[in-house]
Design a protein. Structure first.
Length: 273
């Protein structure tokens, strides 16, 4: 089987003001120490990895006082040249939304504003011709209908049930147009059945992999960048022919984020690509 890498365009935000000052998910403990300089070095390594793979990395300026802004996946959903801005569940992250929105607008994307809580690509993943949309913790179910109207892809609701896997991108990763990897226990029985129906050949991750945020991975169809600690998942991926690149993001994990959370995919219109 030949695996083709597709050149990606990503948006990232340097963790200049990264900290764990509040707790809005079970990973965050504001009393535990965080090495902010190490966080920046680990993030820099991730950025360089993308550049070395030939991907294009755009940067948005970090804003002081917004410690979670490094998690660019939550800044929007960008497909076919259209960008849907976000509305955060938690007030601590609310001011990130206009900053990302302004970036998309300046970059020339067709803008759409959210009518309900929607945390962007953290909960909205394009898998082939389906948009998988998470709900249960952050993104409101009501926003799934808007996603379908804006982007014109069939939206499949994924019900998340484990608070540690509060965003869809902590429980499922899209590997290519046809393949995903996921943690079955993170989904409701009905959502599991839907995943089995849509992706009979999916890779099932173990709880041990998910607990190091192993599913918070970024694939270009050939190379999969994932947390270095997710060794079982990496072995399964290599068995399927993917090349795995382990990255240590231990400091950002203290906020509940991994490689995918730091990475927003910018998808141009098909013609422009
Ligand atoms: N501390 C952030 C939050 O709880 C982490 C966001 C992680 N992003 C993601 N796409 N899963 O909102």
């Amino acid at each position: 089987m030949t695996m083709d890498a597709t050149r990606q365009r990503f948006l990232m935000c340097r963790p200049t003001y990264f900290a764990v000052d509040y707790a809005i998910n079970p990973w965050m403990d504001p009393t535990a120490p965080v090495d902010a300089d190490l966080a920046i070095r680990q993030w820099e390594r991730l950025r360089q990895t993308y550049v070395d793979l030939g991907h294009e990395v755009e940067l948005i300026d970090p804003v002081a006082g917004l410690p979670d802004m490094v998690f660019a996946a939550n800044g929007g959903t960008v497909i076919d040249g259209k960008a849907m801005a976000v509305q955060f569940r938690d007030p601590q992250r609310a001011d990130e939304a206009p900053a990302y929105r302004a970036w998309f607008e300046a970059a020339g994307f067709e803008m759409h504003d959210p009518k309900h809580v929607n945390e962007g690509e953290g909960d909205v993943l394009l898998a082939g011709d389906h948009l998988l949309a998470g709900t249960g913790f952050r993104t409101a179910h009501a926003s799934h209908a808007q996603l379908q109207e804006v982007f014109g892809y069939p939206v499949i609701t994924m019900q998340l049930v484990d608070p540690r896997f509060y965003h869809l991108d902590t429980a499922l990763t899209v590997l290519d147009e046809r393949t995903v990897a996921y943690l079955p226990e993170a989904f409701s029985p009905g959502s599991r059945a839907v995943l089995r129906r849509l992706f009979p050949d999916a890779i099932h991750a173990t709880m041990a992999d998910a607990e190091v945020l192993g599913l918070n991975a970024v694939s270009d169809g050939r190379h999969v960048v994932l947390p270095a600690q997710a060794t079982d998942l990496a072995a399964k991926l290599r068995d399927r022919g993917y090349e795995t690149i382990g990255i240590d993001l231990s400091e950002l994990r203290k906020a509940g984020g991994g490689p995918k959370c730091c990475t927003l995919r910018l998808r141009q219109g098909k013609a422009v690509k």
